[in-house]
Design a protein around this ligand. Sequence first.
Ligand SMILES: Nc1nc2c(c(=O)[nH]1)N[C@H]1C(S)=C(S)[C@@H](COP(=O)(O)OP(=O)(O)OC[C@H]3O[C@@H](n4cnc5c(N)ncnc54)[C@H](O)[C@@H]3O)O[C@H]1N2
Ligand code: MOO
Ligand SMILES: [Mg+2]
Length: 414
Amino acid sequence: MVAGLKFNRQLIQVREAQQAVLHNVNILPSEKIPLVESFGRRLAQTITADHPVPPFRRSGVDGYAIAAVDSEGATLDSPKSLQVVETILCGSPPVRPIAPGQASRIMTGAVVPEGADSVIMLEATTSAEEQVHIRKSLNPGDNVTPIGGEVQPGELLLEAGRRIGAGEAAILASFGYAEVPVYRKPRVAIVSTGSELLEVQEPLTPAKIRNSNSYMLACLVREAGGEPILLPILPDDPAQVERVLLDHWEQVDLAITTGGVSVGDKDVLVDLFERWDGQLLFNKIAMRPGSPTSVGVWREKLLFALSGNPGACFVGFELFVRPFLRGLLGQEAREHRETVGYLNADYSKGSAYPRYVRGKMILDNGTVRVQPAGHDKSSIMTSIKDTDCLIYIPAGGRGASRDQLVRLLLLDDF
Ligand SMILES: Nc1nc2c(c(=O)[nH]1)N[C@H]1C(S)=C(S)[C@@H](COP(=O)(O)OP(=O)(O)OC[C@H]3O[C@@H](n4cnc5c(N)ncnc54)[C@H](O)[C@@H]3O)O[C@H]1N2
Ligand code: MOO
Ligand SMILES: [Mg+2]
């Protein structure tokens, strides 16, 4: 990019910008971690079943294992009596097969013995000495889960790229993955720039504000499966920003800066882009907020220069950084899930560019409605906490009106 860039920017569409970013995805290497620490991580390997579940014929109730044919015609008033040959507890295989006229006492989760094809619940029996009286007729298979009844050997259980949560952890444990292959967490440097910024612990002084973007971004990075590396706030000095970023460049996979991307005298990232040896992918996007959001490739890594305005910073992360992180973590689907919903209030601000308005979904008796944030200016930070979707308002003069159906980008990570 050449000097004069500040005022000479080439506008591109959001989709083109996203594609330019995603073009630079290289899936991260994998590592093995203990299962107990794997929550929220992304599987680096497809998991298939190497054994059936259950691995043995399993009783679903406490009662007696029998051959169903031996219970034929049994009722409450005319029970069938069988000889009890064994008690089968969980964790110990049965030692005696059932012969005609015989039964074995059995517990929920224990192995159904040879010769038995069903289990009668304890409550439908009475017993005396070595005898059990069956008071109900059973069908073969009643209360027995066959071998492989839940999972057959060779079945696909979990695809690579999947986020590990409760259900995935249960599967991994069942199949013996004490160590889980996951993609390494992307390490993300976060640098807020701006000479007006104070560290969180500092008292307010004239013309200053505390840095909130770094902490917001650190949460977003974590939520997306990355490891945030918070660097100290930096003043509007491009040489210093360049030096600090380069000092950390080896140890990170990407960097996010905030602030200094517009046309102010001290817009420090713009000045950095004029002096660095990187390649700018774009510096002006047809969107609100965050039109000056810029992304470049620097020594084979991406630098996401997000706007300093908190609202624009948030939207910039969602539209560009999160899809990129999904890519690094091996996910096929990198874009946000979408749905549609009815606007719960007029949104009368028109715009030359499409808008991504912070919204909160309301599930109203099977209908999705969406409340646009009351304070949605890009400088507003307090409405971010109530945002679970971005409302897409197409470019145009009139915005959108209450009850109009609008596109929604869901911000949950699937
Ligand atoms: N003449 C023009 N002025 C502006 C334009 C424009 O096109 N022409 N664009 C506006 C838009 S749109 C945006 S968005 C902002 C972009 O600003 P920058 O990315 O350069 O960000 P800064 O100027 O550094 O800061 C903007 C605002 O955000 C506050 N800020 C910055 N960093 C933080 C932080 N870490 N935590 C909390 N708040 C932060 C900063 O104090 C400013 O108030 O430019 C418009 N101007
Ligand atoms: O595009 Mo700026 O991000 O509106 O405030
Ligand atoms: Mg500025």
